[in-house]
Design a protein around this ligand. Structure first.
Ligand code: NAD
Ligand code: DAU
Length: 338
């Protein structure tokens, strides 16, 4: 099978490409990535140099001519769309690029794939489209969409467009919605790598609000296996939820991380809350379990220890991605919250 993966130089895309090429000798992958601040071509440089089943193309999913050419020239069987602006805090600062890539870009990809009669299209979405939970219950695929941030609204917009493409054109699209991923190659603006970096540098660890917001953490490989199962076994037009069965408050994640890296809890600083901050996410993934055989495999403590070990061993990667635009964004963000 030949797959066009978009956003493959980001966190989840990188892990997905490595896993899929490693476990499917008959698959080949073209990675289309714009290389925004979050995309790092070096993540997959070894594949570019040594793996004939891997091709990299720098470009934008909004570029119709480029996508049309790629789908035809490479005789693509399936598209997996990871490309997105993915950080909630950035979407609060400026929603525009989120609408451009996450809504218009996703629609452009679907339209090109429809015209090229691509056989399968997996759109990677998020649990954040459901909004927030109270103290009990879980999101199912039937939970109404109620996004609370510009990021989640843009992801919900693409999900609705995908639904419309299925209903209107019988376009073979499938949607995955997953909870918070963690693991190697995650950009250090997200909670776990950011807290690791600050702890190592003996800098303050900024916990938003009271630190009691809950996320359902899933190791990135488990999410990638969920996307793979959706691609190979899922029903067209269906939404599948994925989660890690690992609900943790943010403060508990930060404390565990500090104990793994051997730094004191006095580094924790409570800062002004994120506007519109969702209180709790938890995923009911029983449909994916029943239809696809999905189950998360890694307990949170084990996954976190493995993730920290990867960051400890990959200081050069962290230095690389911390340069330029990222640092400017974080400096401004901290100044505004101090
Ligand atoms: P990321 O920010 O690490 O990577 C995004 C990638 O997309 C980058 O390589 C970037 O260069 C690329 N990109 C951005 N705009 C593009 C464009 N217009 N054209 C081509 N490439 C573009 O994101 P991630 O955390 O790996 O998330 C991947 C996908 O999974 C996103 O769609 C996100 O909404 C979804 N998701 C993420 C999580 C999570 O916890 N990280 C959970 C559920 C779903
Ligand atoms: O749930 C899936 C989503 O998970 C994905 O769709 C998003 O792309 C991904 O970024 C992630 O969104 P979150 O907003 O949940 O992740 P983030 O790592 O930014 O924050 C996790 C929690 O930690 C959240 O409650 C906010 C809090 N937080 C985050 C940062 C960066 C802090 O308290 N301090 C921080 O400095």
């Amino acid at each position: 099978m030949k797959i066009l993966v978009t956003g493959g130089c980001g966190f989840i895309g990188t892990n997905f490409i490595r896993l899929m090429l490693g476990s499917h000798p008959d698959w080949s992958i073209i990675n289309l990535d714009k290389l925004t601040y979050a995309g790092n071509r070096l993540n997959l440089l070894d594949l570019e140099e040594n793996e004939p089943r891997y091709d990299f193309v720098q470009g934008d999913i909004c570029d119709r001519d480029l996508v049309m050419d790629l789908l035809a020239d490479h005789k693509v069987d399936a598209v997996v769309n990871f490309a997105a602006e993915s950080h909630v805090d950035r979407s609060i600062n400026d929603p525009s690029p989120f609408v451009a890539t996450n809504v218009a870009g996703a629609q452009n990809l679907m339209e090109c794939a429809r015209q090229r009669r691509t056989e399968r299209f997996v759109h990677v979405s998020t649990d954040e489209v459901y909004g927030t939970l109270g103290p009990s219950g879980k999101f199912t695929e039937d939970t109404p969409l109620a996004p609370n941030s510009p990021y989640s609204a843009s992801k919900a917009g693409a999900d609705l467009m995908a639904r419309a493409y299925f209903e209107t054109y019988h376009f073979p699209v499938l949607i995955t919605r997953c909870s918070n991923n963690y693991g190697p190659y995650q950009f250090p603006e997200k909670l776990i790598p950011l807290m690791f970096l600050n702890a190592k540098a003996n800098k303050q660890l900024p916990v938003y609000g009271d630190g009691l917001n809950v996320r359902d953490w899933i190791f990135v490989d488990d999410h990638c296996r969920g996307v793979e199962l959706t691609l190979t076994k899922g029903r067209e037009g269906q939404v599948y939820n994925f989660g890690g069965n690992a609900e943790e408050t943010n403060i508990s994640v930060v404390r565990t991380l500090l104990s793994i890296v051997g730094k004191p809890e006095s580094l924790i600083t409570y800062v002004t809350d994120r506007p519109g901050h969702d209180k709790r996410y938890a995923m009911d993934f029983s449909l994916a379990h029943k239809e696809l055989g999905f189950a998360p495999t890694l307990p949170f403590d084990e996954g976190l220890t493995r993730t920290i070990a990867w960051y400890e061993a990959n200081g050069t990667w962290l230095e690389q991605v911390q340069s330029g635009e990222y640092r400017n964004f974080m400096d401004t963000w901290y100044e505004e919250r101090a």
